[in-house]
Ligand binder design. Structure first.
Ligand code: AMP
Length: 249
């Protein structure tokens, strides 16, 4: 069984994001970048399926500038077998990403495609769904458990108000939620080994896809600063302030 995992390069989740002085975008100068956390969970799930003997090959794909090869190498160090970078600009937009991933799915013919449920930079939560629609494959989004049996994927989904389990015939698309697993760290020997694993570079033209963006960012602003809290001397004072200042009771 072949698994394709899509990983996105994003700002490391520990970094305090800064906005460019002209408010045109987030400032990425000298900022630590990493694999999107939900994509790390996707890689981990694929590696676990390989360790269980369910999967035989894991292919990792990332779309972006040459720098996203760093995140592909990290995924290779975590246990993926080979990588594909599709060279695009920094932010190709979800529909173009989904079209490019569909072209890769058509070429690679994986049995399972695992994506993150959302990118922590753009918070779109739509690429997996778009890919499923474009390729006509069944989808199990927000997965907190995945089991493969008899050519089917059983996916437990985290939905509002509880859990829903769906059975998908393979090939299928799964997007990962936070509780699916806890990703491992790459060991130094595996980081070294990953440097020798194959990594192909393709262009959108190779895949017959035209990258267009239907989204134009008008302005980026940081969230409003929160004002500092205060200490109150007694419960009575607290109630008084909630009534007269915060006006919430
Ligand atoms: P989004 O719809 O942007 O929130 O992203 C959901 C998932 O789609 C991510 O977790 C990735 O698995 C995949 N994805 C989005 N953008 C890219 C990209 N540039 N390269 C590879 N995978 C991506």
């Amino acid at each position: 069984m072949k698994i394709l995992v899509a990983v996105k390069r994003v700002i490391d989740y520990n970094v305090k994001v800064r906005v460019k002085a002209d408010h045109s975008d987030v400032d990425l100068t000298n900022v630590k970048m990493a694999i999107n956390p939900f994509c790390e969970i996707a890689v981990e799930e694929a590696v676990r399926l390989k360790e269980k003997g369910v999967a035989t090959e894991i292919v990792v794909v990332s779309l972006g500038t040459k720098e996203c090869q760093e995140q592909i190498r990290t995924a290779l160090a975590l246990g993926a077998d080979r990588g594909i970078q599709v060279e695009t600009d920094e932010n190709p937009g979800s529909l173009s990403v989904a079209k490019l991933l569909k072209a890769i799915v058509d070429e690679e013919k994986p049995d399972l495609v695992i994506l993150g449920k959302q990118s922590i930079d753009s918070d779109n939560n739509q690429t997996g769904q778009m890919l499923a629609a474009l390729s006509g494959l069944p989808q199990g989004t927000f997965a907190s458990e995945v089991t493969i049996e008899d050519g089917k994927a059983s996916v437990t989904r985290e939905v509002d108000g509880g859990l829903q389990t769906v059975s998908l015939s393979l090939p299928a698309i799964v997007t990962t939620d936070l509780r699916l697993n806890e990703p491992r760290y790459a060991s130094l020997p595996n980081i070294m080994k990953a440097k020798r694993k194959p990594l192909d570079v393709k262009t959108p033209a190779d895949l017959g896809v035209e990258v267009t963006s239907s989204l134009n960012t008008l302005k980026v602003e940081p969230p409003a600063e929160r004002s500092a809290g205060i200490r109150v001397g007694s419960v009575d004072e607290l109630i008084e302030k909630l009534k007269t200042e915060a006006k919430v009771i």
